[in-house]
Design a binder for this molecule. Sequence first.
Ligand code: IFM
Length: 455
Amino acid sequence: MNALFPAGFRWGSATAAYQIEGAAAEDGRTPSIWDTFSRTPGKVRNGDTGDIAADHYHRVREDVALMKSVGLTDYRFSLAWPRVQPTGRGPAGQKGLDFYRCLADELLEAGIRPVATLYHWDLPQELEDAGGWPERATAERFAEYAGLAAEALGDRIGTWTTLNEPWCAAFLGYGSGVHAPGRADDQAALRAAHHLNLAHGLAVRALRDALPTTVEVSLTLNLHVARPLTDTPQDVDAARRIDAVGNRIFLDPVFHGRLPADLVADTAHLTDWSFVRDGDLTAISAPIDSLGVNYYSPALVAAGRSESPSAWPGAADHVRFLPAPGPRTAMDWPVDASGLHELLLRLRDELPGVPLLITENGAAYDDYADPEGAVHDPERVAYLDAHLAAVRRAIDDGADVRGYFLWSLLDNFEWAYGYGKRFGIVHVDFASQRRTPKDSAHWYAEVIARGGLPR
Ligand code: IFM
């Protein structure tokens, strides 16, 4: 295997606003659904909230210096909608925009390309109160926000991603309810998925209108690698159902301007999909410049039933998830880099001509700073090494992968798990906000300097 990556490969790391920024009530930011959800007893472990998080809002210089010391070429972050456009409608919040202007300027000065995601789950609470993603109006509001952010920041930011992981926003937020806003309603979840697709399509148009043609416009999906336990028709059908409501519900509208027929059939008892209006699929399939892929682990599935409420409408009554053998991360997710290789070859075959970016990949482990102040995280290094090797193999096999963004730069607020799960390559002591690069940060710095893996 060729351990070096192609020249110009983008070496990045990723974060998201609510997970690191803190300053939840500063400079005009209004509450998002995650502020509300995390304050609802029993929703987030330990009662943790993103009020302070990694205090990145006040530590931008220090954090960009850390990125520079690792040698990142690109940094992927998200804009907090309730900071940029408080309450989700009307004029921009100038102080919120100033924060992102300052972040982008610091990055550019450090020689790091800013990669902005417009939506990483922090819907302004006022828009949820008006119905949230199950309502079409939320997609229209999102397009306005996208245009306003692009007008203000387009001179500094060259890569724009509309949504991060709309599957989680729709199906964890409105299906199983383990994420904000915590609703458990299959039909609402399917409506949310469509309106997130529509929000993406309308935002692509708004971004294109506001930005120079050289700017890259993208979408990030967490695509599922669902492997059937056996090759019986029942188990194979279980995997197909997960693929329909986990992957093709986004891929087909965005890249082919159609709804998957099998998904419509699988969900016929829940909805007639009449919320999809004439012209929606054309808007959703506006061409984009790259696809962001988030991958952590594959799933093993068989015929059966899943627990209710579930994140898998149309599939839950026919599918059970099984524990895959082998090592696991602190999230209890299996470590299996072959799933990433498999996924990239699938995208190579199904989406020829679409450049790919791995916009998230990484692992949580129970890290701690030892008495000498070092953080040894050999399991994370092994995880990253195996997954980067899988990306390199996929490139050798013809997948057009242009970059890799490690999740995450900093330990952060891991949603319903609170601060208990550490994904960072930089350890954060949340009491003092002291940052300590872990061994994995030093390892990643060497990989970037070398332009590939140590083989
Ligand atoms: O922390 C999250 C991130 O916000 C979205 N993708 C998965 C990560 C790990 O769970």
